[in-house]
Design a protein around this ligand. Structure first.
Ligand code: SAM
Ligand code: ZN
Length: 187
């Protein structure tokens, strides 16, 4: 059995083949996924794969994560499970966030699929709304750190959800999330 690979180089695989997209440099951020043919609404673009771990394991793994680095390959599946595509992940991890998305993530039997929500023309960048969760102890500059660069006229300016930071009073009341490490959620 091959050893689990920690792909911190953030470079796409040279051998992975996808029927629906190619990974190349994106004006949004780093690498992105681009349709290699017209994709129909409802088509599954890919499955989001990686190391399946608990929230506590994710927190431990990234406890030294720099607060000012917004990069994450984590995806929250449910209360128990987080997928870390930084370890053994496939190229679906290069699908960027879009505020006016053409895809969404669907969770079926604890597996995550990226599915087209509209027709995507060949050459268009594929993206879904990450809805990265806010936390009650977010630093004041959290919206700068998680600023969105999707470039859409509908851009809400942040990859975080909800889009506006709750008032300090509401933040105090908000229950603690399970994973302290930032991760995107189903959308
Ligand atoms: C799973 S990676 C997506 C692939 C990424 N472009 C790369 O080359 O590694 C997720 C990270 O990409 C960046 N990213 C994705 N979409 C973005 C956007 N719309 N605006 C700013 N950064 C984005 C953030 O750093 C985010 O945590
Ligand atoms: Zn945006």
């Amino acid at each position: 059995m091959a050893a689990t690979r920690i792909d911190r180089s953030r470079k796409p695989s040279k051998t992975e083949e996808h029927p629906l997209y190619v990974v190349r440099r994106s004006s949004v951020h780093g690498y992105g996924a681009f349709a290699t043919r017209d994709i129909k609404k409802g088509e599954v673009v890919d499955e989001y794969l990686g190391d399946r771990i608990t929230h506590a394991q994710a927190d431990k793994r990234y406890e030294d994560h720099d607060e000012n680095d917004n990069h994450t390959f984590l995806f929250i599946v449910d209360k128990k499970t987080v997928i870390d595509a930084g370890i053994g992940g496939n190229d679906a991890r290069f699908i960027n966030h879009k505020c006016d998305p053409n895809c969404e993530s669907e969770i079926k039997k604890s597996r995550v699929f990226i599915v087209a929500t509209k027709k995507i023309a060949k050459g268009i960048e594929i993206g879904y709304d990450y809805q990265i969760g806010r936390e009650k102890d977010d630093p004041d500059n959290v919206d700068e750190v998680y600023a969105c660069r999707c470039g859409s006229p509908k851009c809400r300016g942040t990859m975080l959800w909800p889009p506006k930071r709750p008032s300090p009073k509401k933040r105090r009341k908000k229950a603690a999330r399970k994973t302290k490490t930032r991760a995107r959620k189903k959308k």
